[in-house]
Design a protein. Sequence first.
Lengths: 255, 421
Amino acid sequence: MTTPALSLKNLCKSFGPAKIINDVTLDVAKGERHAIIGPNGAGKSTLFNLISGLYTPTSGTVSLNGTLISGVAPYEINRMGLSRSFQVSNIFSNMTVRENVRCGVLHSLGQGYSFWKSVTSSKEVQEKTWEVLEHCSLLDKANTPAALLPYADQRALEIAITIAGGAEVILLDEPTAGMSHSETDRAVELIRKSTEGKTLLIVEHDMGVIFDLADRISVLVYGEIIASAPPSEIRGDPKVREAYLGDEALPEETA
Amino acid sequence: MSDVSQTHASLAPSSAQKFRQRFLPFLVFGAILLLIPMTDPSRTMYALMHQMAIYIVFALAYNMLLGKGGMLSFGHAVYFGFGGYLCMHAMNWIDDGGVWGAFPTFFLPVLGFVGGAVSAVVIGSFSTKRSGTTFAMISLGVAELIFAGAFMFDSLFGGEQGISGDRMNGPEVFGLSMGPQSDIYWFMAFWTILSVIAMYAFTRTPLGRLSEAVRDNPQRVEFIGYNPQRVRWLVFSISGGFAGLAGGMSAVNYEIFTPEALSLIPSGFVLIMAYVGGITYFAGPIMGAVLLTYMSSMMSDFTEAWLLYLGLMFVLIVMYAPRGIAGIVFGFWDGIRGANSAELLRKWSVQLLGCLLMLIGLIILVEVSVRWSNGWGEAFEPFGLHFTHADIVTWIAIFVPIVAGGYVLRLATREKEEMPA
């Protein structure tokens, strides 16, 4: 068996007496698109913060391609090939769209902390920046200050910054939250295109998006994973229906 | 793919734009520096310009922190001081001869940079671990600590008399004896233009860009592979270096350094200069440094209340023009070239009129009050007029313009609110 891209073992996180994440064990294979669903307050964002290094686990481990990353600083985890987006747009608001993406590109192309050369001196950086912008359909807004972007474009920029560094494992936290139908379709298309051949872990509330995109779905309820299976099985799982979905119906197979 | 690269090229700034925005201002600045000595400035003018040069470099260095890095420091004069003191000691070592005797005074600011940068590396190693209020408080504490410490180590800081020296030792370079003010002018011009270009170039390096990214959103920086603390530390150290370079220029100019130079007063002054000039613009601190240096040396000849005016200006800029003088200048420039320039010009004239009216009332109020408080029975007599505090006409001359100006300003704002069509 090959090493999973991402492996969580008996992961726990408590804030004081509150157990937010409770004994989560999960393997995400290389190239898999894995979705995490669950009701509000189930701990989905906390789980993301544990994986990406923002929080240190209370106990348990997180491994990236077999390397232990729990307790490692976020910027080091990022350099090891894991990149994440945020639920709330987390961009560099006083810079233009192009500069935002360029910041995301810099480290992966070995620019480091250099202050002895111009940021435009590396052709590679320029080309990669344009490539990402084009990929995310932000080319025509390249010179717009990020703070002035419409909401949907800010979300696209969020994804653009996330994928700019060329990470192999991508974590997306509710990328389509607050979007209209057509905007959601565009975003899903972008996600699908951007994570081609990469490992994706996605938190999402829109069931349509999840069942459309994911190879496997894990259901997180009160900090515990109660089911982890392909979409078709999750749909029929009575435990999932009871615990999470209640009377809210899952989209039925339309065939 | 050719049409794609075409689009990219058209989106990136054209070479003409680049020239206009990135090179032309420096050429104009350089040309002005070259032309100034031809006007045969007086000794006072030279002294004033040299002070401006020192503060231009210091304020720009400070703005690397505040404007570009989002770090509010209340103690940046510490690095200015360390750079300056190192240069004063070096000046005396040059005087003593030996190996140091071969070091030209002209290049002392290099040592200033080293002094400032090394002290900033050491102090920054802990102060830049945090940003925001914590950083500001640490900077304040460190400044107080160093200032108090300066009086304990007399051989290093010279106690209250400070350290003095003679700049006219060591080998001459570029044919400058470093004696007369006109020689020092070229020294100042050289280091100012070099620092301005270097600090502008810095904003365009990967680290310069990252510094802006850390200012905007330190958390996100962590998730694009950079350590924001490391970015802050590096920027802080380089900024400290340029502050030290300004200190070196000051050491050569005044040939003396006292512990006052690293106290909170110059630290606060440089903050005000950068802010009044406009911290969101690269040129802002330059404008602030020129204006405030001019005000501090010239206005004190006209009125003893000049500090009050300075404070008022600072408060008003923070409240009503947070982008500073540069924001006003560039806003005006964009406005008159824009589509509805006539409309804007009219609005600005009304606002200007309101401000001027209020200013007239305010100046009379301040000047009369100062004289009243002094108790020498002196009257404020501008343009042959006569104002005393006992005269009712004076109080009319104070409050009528203030009220009228306030009314005009309110009218202008209300008009703006009703205008959107």
